[in-house]
Design a protein around this ligand. Structure first.
Ligand code: RUQ
Ligand code: CUA
Length: 622
C-alpha cells in the first residue's frame, strides 16, 4: 500500500482551510454563473404550469430533523416532511400519535434518506432515515408522506452510516458514529479501547405492521463508522462501511484520529450474521442479541484503506465498492470478487479485535487519482455505469470510469459538495439524465440573508457530451444526502379512508360527544367546512368546557372526504396545534392547567369561511 502521509497532511491543512476561508473560490464565480445562465438551460428545467416534474427528490434536512421534497428538473420545493423534529405546520410532534413516535425528543439530525427496494430497484413505497442527534431510525409512508414509525437504537450513539437498504429491504445497517460503552453507561475514557464499542444494528422493517425492529447487533471495535452501502446482484449478501479513528483516540480527534496511514472498510456478510443469530451465537445485552466478533468468528472482515475514508459506494453491477478518502486525494476501487477469493484463501494480514484483515493487494482493483482533484467524498453512477465523485476541496464533480480509472469529465460546483445524487442513483439501474450536487457552501449565489448563507443544490445535465450545471436551488440546512426517484413510482392516496375500527373516529355529526370520566375529558369531534362540532346536542356545539386540572383528549375527524381539504386545530395560548387531513382522525392530549377563556380555531385555510371556523375552549378555575 502506498504511503499517504505527505499528501494527506497537506490535505488536512487544505481541508481545514477550505472550511474557514473562501478567498480561493471567488475567482470561479463569474465563469460558473455564466455557464449556468443561458436560455437553453432554462428551457431544460422549465416545467410549465399544469405540467409536473419527472422526478421526486427526497433531501435530508440534517439538523432540522426533517426531509425536504423537491421536483426535478424544476428544483421547486414541494413539501417538508417532519421526521425527527416538531413541526407546527403539520402539528407533527403535537398530536398524540406523532408525540409518541418522537419519544420525548424535540429534534433530530437526519442524514441519509433511503427508499425501500425490491430487486435492487426503488419500489416507491417507503423511505427510511436515521437520526445522528438522538440515535433513532424512522420510516416514512410514501402513500401519505408522513412518518409512521420511529425506534430508538440502543448501544449506538449517532447512526450516521445509515440508512442504506439491502436489495429487497431485508435490512438496514445502523453502525454508530461515536463509540460508547454497551448500554451507554459511564466508563472512564482511559478504558476506551477495552470498554467502548462501535455497535452496529441490523434493523428490519415489518411492512404489514409498519414497524421497525432491531434483529441483532454486532459489537465492533470502538471506532467511528462513517458511511455504508449494501451490495448488489452478486454481492447482495454483503455490505460495506468505512471507519475512521481506528487509532482509538479519545480527544482532539481532528489531529489524533488522523494519525495512522490507513483505516478500514468493514466488509460483512449479513446472511452469515443472520445464521449466527439463528444458531444462538450471540449474547444478550440489555435485551439485544449481540454478536461479539472476537468470540463468534466469521462473516466480518476488514479491508485496509487510505486514512480517514468517508464515502463507500457499490457500483450498480455489484462488482466493486469504491472508497473515497477525505484526507487522501484518491478513490480506491475494490473488487467484491477478489474479496470473496481472499476470504476463501484466508489472505489475511493479521487481525484487529479478532476480526481478520484482508490483504490490501488482494482486494484492491485500482487507485484512481484525477489530477488536482481534492477531497473525494461520495460517488454516484449513471446508466452506463460511469462514476461521479464529489470533490469537497476542489469543489467539483469528476466523472470517471470505474473499469479503467480514466477521468472522463469534470464540472465545477459552488461550493464544497458533500454528496451528490443521481436519478435512481442507488439502484441496480440508474437513469443517467441528472445528477445534483449537494453543496455545503453557497456563498454569493443567492440574495443575502445575513452572515449565514443557505446551502445549495445544483442540477447537472448528463445528457450532453459534457456535464453541465443548469439550475441551482437554495436549501435549508442541511443537504447531507438525497435520493431521486421516478415520479410515477410514487402512488399517493387522495384521502384517508373511513376506519370503522378506530374508536377515536366520528364520521356522523350526531355521534359527536364530550365524555367525562373522573377528571378525564374525551372530546369526539368533527372538523368540516367550515365549523367544528364537538357535541351536536349542545347549545354551542363548537365550544369545549372543562375544569382547571382536567386531563383533556380532543379526538378530531375531518369528514371532508375531499382532496386537499385539510383542517387545523389550535387552541390560542395553549401552545397546541394539530392537523387533520381529509378523512383523518387525530388526537391532542394535554392537561388544562391554565384557567380562562381560550379561542380555538382552524389553522389551515379551508374555505371562504375559514375565518369563521372557530369556537371556545373554556377552563373553569378550581
Ligand atoms: S455525510 S458529506 Cu452525513 Cu453523508 Cu458525507
Ligand atoms: Cu378548516 Cu380552515
Amino acid at each position: 500500500m502506498k504511503k499517504w502521509v505527505p499528501i494527506a497532511s497537506g490535505l488536512l491543512a487544505g481541508f481545514i482551510a477550505a472550511t474557514i476561508s473562501f478567498a480561493d473560490f471567488s475567482s470561479k464565480t463569474d465563469t460558473q454563473t455564466a455557464s449556468a445562465g443561458n436560455k437553453s438551460d432554462a428551457e431544460k428545467v422549465y416545467v410549465p404550469f399544469g405540467k409536473k416534474d419527472d422526478y421526486y427528490l427526497f433531501a435530508s434536512g440534517g439538523h432540522s430533523g426533517q426531509m425536504f421534497i423537491y421536483g426535478v428538473p424544476s428544483m421547486r420545493k414541494i413539501r417538508t416532511i417532519p421526521v425527527f423534529s416538531q413541526d407546527s405546520a403539520t402539528g407533527y410532534g403535537f398530536d398524540e400519535h406523532s408525540k409518541k413516535l418522537m419519544g420525548g425528543y424535540t429534534w433530530g439530525d437526519l442524514h441519509h434518506p433511503a427508499f425501500s427496494e425490491k430487486n435492487g430497484d426503488y419500489d416507491g413505497k417507503w423511505m427510511f432515515a436515521t437520526d445522528v442527534g438522538n440515535s433513532r431510525a424512522a420510516v416514512v409512508d410514501l402513500k401519505t408522506f408522513t412518518t409512521k414509525d420511529i425506534i430508538k437504537v440502543p448501544n449506538t450513539a449517532g447512526p450516521h452510516c445509515a440508512a442504506f437498504v439491502t436489495e429487497n429491504t431485508e435490512y438496514m445497517f445502523l453502525p454508530t458514529r461515536f463509540a460508547v460503552p454497551l448500554g451507554q453507561k459511564y466508563e472512564s475514557l482511559d478504558d476506551y479501547s477495552s470498554k467502548y464499542r462501535g455497535v452496529m444494528s441490523a434493523v428490519t422493517f415489518d411492512e404489514k405492521k409498519v414497524k421497525l425492529n432491531i434483529a441483532y447487533q454486532v459489537a465492533l471495535p470502538p471506532w467511528s463508522y462513517d458511511l455504508s452501502d449494501a451490495g448488489k446482484k452478486g454481492s447482495k449478501d454483503w455490505a460495506v462501511m468505512t471507519t475512521y479513528n481506528t487509532e482509538e483516540a479519545t480527544t482532539t480527534m481532528e489531529v489524533n484520529a488522523s494519525q495512522a496511514d490507513r483505516d478500514y472498510i468493514v466488509l460483512f456478510n449479513w446472511k452469515e450474521l443472520e445464521k449466527m443469530v439463528k444458531e444462538g451465537k450471540y449474547e444478550d445485552v440489555g435485551g439485544q442479541k449481540m454478536i461479539f466478533p472476537e468470540k463468534q468468528k466469521g462473516g466480518i472482515y476488514l479491508v485496509p484503506v487510505a486514512k480517514s475514508p468517508h464515502g463507500v459506494d457499490v457500483t450498480p453491477d455489484g462488482n466493486y465498492f469504491i472508497a473515497s478518502g477525505k484526507l487522501a486525494p484518491a478513490m480506491t476501487v475494490f473488487s467484491f470478487e477478489k474479496a470473496f477469493k481472499a476470504v476463501e484463501n484466508k489472505e489475511f494480514a493479521g487481525e484487529r479485535n479478532g476480526i481478520p484483515i484482508l490483504k490490501y493487494e488482494s482486494v484492491m482493483e485500482r487507485e484512481v487519482n484525477p489530477e488536482n482533484a481534492l477531497g473525494p467524498l461520495h460517488t454516484q453512477f449513471d446508466d452506463k455505469g460511469m462514476a461521479y465523485t464529489t470533490m469537497f476541496i476542489s469543489s467539483e464533480i469528476v466523472k470517471w470510469d470505474p473499469n479503467t480509472g480514466k477521468t472522463l469529465d469534470r464540472v465545477p460546483v459552488q461550493y464544497s459538495p458533500g454528496h451528490s445524487v443521481a436519478a435512481e442513483g442507488d439502484t441496480v439501474a440508474p437513469d443517467g439524465k441528472w445528477i445534483i450536487a449537494l453543496n455545503k457552501i453557497a456563498k454569493d449565489t443567492y440574495l443575502s440573508v445575513g452572515p449565514s448563507h443557505p446551502e445549495s443544490m445544483q442540477l447537472i445535465d448528463l445528457s450532453g457530451e459534457k456535464m453541465k450545471v443548469v439550475q441551482s436551488a437554495p436549501v435549508d440546512p442541511e443537504p447531507h444526502y438525497a435520493q431521486m426517484i421516478k415520479a410515477d413510482k410514487i402512488k399517493t392516496i387522495e384521502v384517508y379512508q373511513k376506519d370503522s375500527k378506530n374508536k377515536d373516529a366520528v364520521y356522523n355529526q350526531k355521534d359527536t360527544k364530550i365524555v367525562r370520566k373522573g377528571n378525564e375529558v374525551h372530546v369526539y369531534g368533527i372538523a368540516m367546512r367550515s365549523r367544528f362540532i364537538f357535541d351536536a346536542k349542545s347549545k354551542r356545539p363548537d365550544v369545549i368546557e372543562v375544569n382547571e386540572g382536567d386531563h383533556v383528549f380532543i379526538h378530531l375527524t375531518n369528514i371532508d372526504f375531499d382532496e386537499d381539504i385539510t383542517h387545523g386545530f389550535a387552541i390560542n395560548d395553549y401552545d397546541l396545534n394539530m392537523e387533520v387531513q381529509p378523512g383523518q382522525t387525530n388526537t391532542l392530549e394535554f392537561t388544562a392547567d391554565k384557567a380562562g377563556t381560550f379561542p380555538l380555531y382552524c389553522t389551515n385555510f379551508c374555505s371562504a369561511l375559514h375565518q369563521e371556523m372557530n369556537g371556545y375552549f373554556l377552563v373553569k378555575p378550581k
